[in-house]
Design a protein around this ligand. Structure first.
Ligand code: FE2
Length: 283
């Protein structure tokens, strides 16, 4: 018997036409609790003076340091741009200053590993036609109240480019995500227009190979989801999120998967692993 994926024909049809798909109740409450609790512990133990690296898709210069590159195989902490005062000190507690933690939670932290390598992800990827899917990066995204910055319109394949393109984003809402607290927004069907630019790494650092086209805000639709919902994102889908304007957090856990069979990892990608990623298997 062959491998049976878990997407229905209707779900596949929606994904292929729209470039994204919402799967409600993908994660159980226990899985969400385990990941959120572990992240709370990690943040409590984190010494913010150990790093002052700030990640922002707007500010490429600061994402060029070794801390960023080395995070590929570590659990690393990236601050919000607005976390620091003029004196260089954090303006609020460290727990409310972090933009994201990445990029190897799925390999290092058991609660995240258990969820990320669960059969529901592997069967999802096989049902999308992957032959040997592997997770290239994981991120715990905080979208902090008040300072949780916007993520400008982009395509995930810009950052994780393979030939042919195989990147898929998997975005799990750990808390309800809506238009007030910074849910995802996407241009339905935009994946059909192909990749517009790449994010490349060379000896000078990382940069986009061309400027971003401008997008019309009215073309985007909000992807308002409940905690536990998974948003599957085609690598060429134009998507973004706005600032969190609510007084509460909006945590999410995201994974990016590529096929490691029949496609070539681009050497210019920012991710350069020393060890091959372990594929997702179904039993
Ligand atoms: Fe994205």
């Amino acid at each position: 018997m062959g491998i049976v994926g878990n997407l229905s024909p209707d779900q596949l049809q929606f994904f292929n036409s729209q470039g994204y798909l919402v799967i409600e109740s993908f994660a159980s409450k226990d899985e969400i609790d385990a990941m959120m609790k572990r992240m709370q512990q990690l943040l409590d133990d984190f010494d913010p003076s150990s790093t002052a690296s700030i990640f922002s898709t707007k500010n490429q210069q600061q994402s060029t340091d070794d801390y960023f590159y080395e995070s590929v195989e570590k659990v690393s902490y990236f601050f919000e741009e607005k976390a620091f005062g003029d004196d260089g000190n954090l303006k609020q507690p460290k727990q409310l200053s972090i933009n994201k933690v990445g990029h190897a939670l799925h390999e290092i932290e058991p609660a995240f590993k258990k969820f990320s390598f669960s059969e529901k992800f592997s069967s999802l990827m096989y049902s999308l036609g992957y032959k040997r899917p592997a997770i290239l990066q994981s991120m715990y995204i905080f979208k902090q109240p008040g300072i949780g910055g916007e993520v400008v319109p982009h395509q995930d394949s810009s950052f994780l480019y393979t030939e042919p393109e195989t990147c898929t984003g998997l975005w799990l809402a750990l808390e309800d995500a809506n238009i007030i607290n910074g849910c995802l927004w996407a241009i339905p069907g935009s994946h059909k227009n192909g990749l517009v630019r790449r994010f490349v790494r060379d000896e000078d650092g990382v940069k986009f190979d061309r400027p971003s086209p401008s997008y019309d805000r009215k073309d985007f639709v909000p992807i308002d989801v409940k905690a536990g919902s998974l948003v599957v994102i085609h690598g060429d889908l134009i998507h973004q999120s706005f600032e969190n304007q609510s007084p509460k957090s909006r945590h999410a856990y995201s994974l990016h998967v590529v096929d490691t069979d029949g496609c070539k990892w681009a050497p210019e990608n920012w991710i350069r692993r020393k060890v091959e990623p372990e594929p997702l298997y179904v039993s």
